[in-house]
Design a protein around this ligand. Structure first.
Ligand SMILES: [Zn+2]
Length: 78
């Protein structure tokens, strides 16, 4: 099976900061920029507004999630 390829947006750093650090930074940044599925209208239009704030560009639904990916937090549910 072929290894999954990610776009290397850490290439801008050149040889600096170490390969491991660049790889980890790359994975986080990909999650941040990626569009996610809206929990209300199910369209893949959710983008990050700021840290922990996510908004659907289709229906305008704004919700809190994780800092780098929109994790749906269910409060009071174990
Ligand atoms: Zn939506």
């Amino acid at each position: 099976m072929a290894k999954k390829k990610y776009p290397n947006i850490a290439a801008r750093f050149g040889p600096r900061y170490g390969a491991t650090l660049r790889k980890r930074w790359n994975l986080v940044m990909i999650k941040r920029v990626k569009k996610y599925e809206c929990p209300r209208c199910m369209h893949k239009k959710v983008v990050r507004v700021s840290v922990g704030v996510w908004r659907c560009k289709k229906c305008g639904y704004t919700f809190a999630g994780g800092a780098y990916e929109p994790v749906i937090i269910r409060r009071g549910v174990k």
